[in-house]
Ligand binder design. Structure first.
Ligand SMILES: [Zn+2]
Length: 120
């Protein structure tokens, strides 16, 4: 359900962009998804297709760029890869860490099909 609402959201943003450019259709959407964002990528792909049906984005491709989770230790400044929020610093065993990457859910690029080829 969560993925469906994300998919609808992405498609609606992309549609607005395409309409602004008076593009006939959308060819590809690039999305950055952090591994800690709680998004099931497979499920999102599936929902995306459904959300595109009957819109300018129908038949377009969703490119998902997965970002590793990264945290910085507040004690020693060590930066390390994490796969859950309950991570500890491997250097000094503290829980006092700051998540610096991995919670992203960001629309990175929208590719639209130009109308004709003589775009000036
Ligand atoms: Zn540390």
């Amino acid at each position: 359900m969560h993925e469906m609402s994300i998919a609808i959201n992405i498609v609606s943003i992309a549609r607005k962009e395409a309409e602004k450019e008076s593009a006939p259709s959308i060819s590809m959407i690039e999305l950055e998804v952090g591994k800690l964002a709680g998004v099931m990528v497979d499920s999102l792909q599936f929902c995306y297709e459904a959300a595109c049906k009957g819109t300018l984005a129908e038949g377009s491709e969703l490119q998902i760029i997965e970002l590793e989770g990264q945290a910085k230790c507040m004690q020693c400044g060590n930066v390390f890869t994490i796969d859950s929020f309950m991570a500890i610093c491997p250097k000094c065993d503290t829980y006092e860490i700051e998540i610096i990457q991995g919670k992203e859910l960001r629309l990175k690029a929208i590719s639209i099909n130009e109308e004709g080829s003589s775009h000036v």
